[in-house]
Design a protein around this ligand. Structure first.
Ligand SMILES: [Zn+2]
Length: 120
């Protein structure tokens, strides 16, 4: 790290530098994540539903997500093949499996469905 890099302020203002060890960015010991999620969900009950759907919390809303590009599908297939080669089973929901199928990754979808215990 150069002197210039060390002296500049944090880029996004959150105080987290990219070159910090991962442990410095994790939550404090004893942080109750479930309680945090519960408070967020309860806070969302006080909000008006979004215009796009019945969600009140914009975090889980998927209305504005774009369909993955062919390149993203191919990258996901490559990642899945890598995990399968390592003895791990990647989990894809049915919509993602359909996108993989339409992207031409038929053999991969058959392998995944077999690993999930589903008939192809
Ligand atoms: Zn929505």
């Amino acid at each position: 790290m150069t002197t210039d890099e060390r002296d500049r302020p944090a880029g996004n203002g959150n105080g987290l530098e990219h070159d910090q060890p991962a442990d410095d960015r994790s939550l404090a010991p004893g942080t109750d994540i479930v309680a945090m999620w519960r408070r967020r969900r309860q806070a969302s009950w006080r909000l008006e539903p979004l215009e796009c759907c019945s969600c009140a919390d914009p975090w889980p809303c998927r209305c504005h997500e774009r369909a993955p590009s062919a390149k993203m599908i191919d990258a996901g297939a490559d990642a899945a093949e890598h995990l399968l080669a390592a003895g791990l089973t990647p989990m894809f929901d049915i919509d993602t499996q359909r996108q993989l199928w339409r992207g031409g990754h038929h053999r991969l979808v058959h392998r995944l469905r077999s690993a999930y215990g589903l008939a192809s």
